[in-house]
Write a protein that binds this ligand. Structure first.
Ligand code: G16
Length: 543
């Protein structure tokens, strides 16, 4: 085995977005594309000589090939050890846990998360730092800068390594520890939640449907829900991870997890439904006949976390991304907890979690998690709900009703306009930003603008400032709209329009969110001139 130094040249566009570098799979499979980005990552973190890394991915098409390349590059760059999931599979939260458990120098996760997979779909890669969390902007910017000056990369010439079963292998003097992807993660969950209470719940006839969407959580959910907690065999569906996710879009929302939604809204629905995404960090939860919006889910978990043994001592604080609804803020106020508002992207929670300022974090984009790892964690959220249901012995609908009765209901929805021509989307955002100063005081369809800005975040821990994180328009009645362009898409631009209205009147808790939000939706279209700039008046996806 010899180390080759391969001459290369910068490839344009290797700028990580909201969560790592995501591109079409064929782009990643192009000459030097993956290698350039991996070498740039190694260089940006001061090299990997003498270091230990974790490696794994969500099993999508090219995951196996990419993992072999990265192992050979890690060996050629002097890494001493790589811990890799069997078959190069690790869910994102499980990878985060392994980095923390073994105190490694970070890890590489292969995933485009909720984006579809396959030769014509998406692939992605991201670096997580030694705290287990996604690299902060300072690191991703250094990686991007390095991709623009790279001239060579190092790779071992070697055969593929057998990753099909646990055990230690040698790759040119570097130890490769192949580990069971599920075991350590399942043990972590067992330490946080009241498995005995959840087992008793299932033993009493409680029925659940878990849709793993042919993605990475299948083996994790089977082991934890069916084997350890005694849920009925077959509770987990779409449980075999497939390279193309069975042609499904592995995004757990009411649109892409429609089969689950139909079952939960239909006759004889199970008591509880849940779904997770491509790499296992997202979750959707549904009760019999009732959908739980992610913002409400975060608020309910914050209000009830003390019922789970791992959180019995209470929370240090809560954090949400700016576009997420303020429902959790109301819980924080009632509990006397600090509440933080960060830009979109889990990486912004890392400092708060590390500094012990927040225990629970969440986002409207179906992400919820805690300080047990440094990623959002789909199965964690589902188990937290199960723990709460097992202790309270109420239905999901009753728990939500209780919650709204106490805190009021925050109607919330996100409208996505996908694959817009990038120049049009940028022009719309520019015009909107230019109009911000004139908006306060304007009355638009019965709503008066109170304030409007372009969200900037000053990290309270390290003082770093992130600007242009989304336009917010606040109305006098407390309603709010937020507009930003997605940082995870791979085709054109996706405009995200976030809509929110607080309702204190219990007589009005039963509305359809789209009806409750109708005036806010109309105002958003008028203020941002969405149709004029993008040619679209209807969203592609509503969550
Ligand atoms: C990633 C980030 C999340 C973010 C989501 C959507 O999730 O980790 O923090 O909310 O993307 O981002 P955007 O609105 O920019 O598309 P995931 O599950 O895709 O890794």
């Amino acid at each position: 085995m010899t180390v080759e130094t391969v001459a290369t040249a910068p490839i344009a566009g290797q700028k990580p977005g909201t969560s790592g570098l995501r591109k079409k799979t064929h782009v990643f499979m192009g000459p030097h594309y993956l290698e350039n980005f991996v070498q740039a990552t190694f260089d940006a973190i001061g090299g990997v000589a003498g270091k230990t890394l974790v490696l794994g991915g969500d099993g999508r098409y090219f995951n196996d090939r990419a993992a072999q390349v990265i192992l050979r590059m890690a060996a050629a760059n002097g890494a001493v050890r790589v811990i890799v999931g069997t078959g190069a599979i690790l869910s994102t939260p499980a990878a985060s846990h392994l980095i923390r458990l073994h105190g490694t120098d970070g890890g590489i996760i292969l995933s485009a998360s909720h984006n579809p997979g396959g030769p014509d779909e998406d692939f992605g890669i991201k670096f997580n730092t030694p705290n287990g969390g996604p690299a902060p902007e300072s690191v991703t910017e250094a990686i991007f800068a390095r991709t623009q000056s790279i001239a060579e990369y190092r790779i071992l010439s070697a055969q593929d390594l057998d990753l099909s079963a646990p055990g230690r292998r040698d790759l040119g003097g570097m130890a490769v520890d192949v580990v069971d992807p599920v075991a350590d993660y399942a043990a972590l969950m067992e330490g946080l939640f009241d498995f005995a209470a959840i087992r008793a719940l299932f033993a009493g006839g409680f029925r659940m449907r878990m849709d793993s969407m042919c993605a990475v959580t299948g083996p994790y959910a089977r082991e934890i829900l069916e084997r350890r907690l005694g849920a009925a065999p077959g509770t987990v569906v779409n449980a075999t991870p497939l390279p193309d996710f069975g042609g499904l879009h592995p995004d757990p929302n009411p649109v892409w997890a429609k089969a689950l939604m139909d079952e939960m809204m239909g006759p004889d629905a199970p008591d509880f439904g849940a779904a997770s995404d491509g790499d296992g960090d997202r979750n959707m939860v549904v009760g019999r006949g009732i959908y739980v919006s992610p913002s409400d889910s975060l608020a309910v978990l914050a209000a009830n976390a003390h019922l789970a043994p791992g959180y019995a001592g209470g929370l240090k604080g809560v954090a949400r991304s700016m576009p997420t609804s303020a429902a959790v803020d109301r819980v924080a106020r009632a509990l006397g907890l600090p509440a933080y508002e960060t830009p979109t992207g889990w990486k912004f929670f890392g400092n708060l979690l590390d500094a012990g300022r927040a225990t629970l974090c969440g986002e409207e984009s179906f992400g919820t998690g805690s300080d047990h790892v440094r990623e959002k964690d789909g199965l964690w959220a589902i188990l937290m709900w199960l723990n709460i249901l097992a202790v309270r012995r109420q239905s999901v609908a009753d728990i939500l009703a209780d919650h709204w009765a106490r805190y009021g209901r925050t109607y919330y929805s996100r409208h996505d306009f996908e694959a817009i021509e990038s120049a049009r989307a940028e022009a719309m955002m520019t015009a909107l930003r230019d109009s911000l100063a004139d908006l306060p005081g304007q009355a638009i369809g019965g709503l008066t603008v109170q304030a409007a800005d372009d969200f900037a975040y000053a990290d309270p821990v390290d003082g770093s400032v992130s600007r242009h994180q989304g336009v917010r328009v606040l109305f006098a009645d407390g309603s709010r709209i937020v507009l930003r362009l997605s940082g995870t898409g791979t085709e054109g631009a996706t405009l995200r329009l976030y809509l929110e209205r607080f309702e204190p009147d219990p007589a009005r808790f039963g509305l359809d969110p789209q009806d409750a939000l109708a005036p806010v939706i109309a105002a958003a279209h008028r203020i941002a001139r969405i149709a004029e700039f993008t040619g679209r008046s209807q969203p592609d996806v509503i969550t």
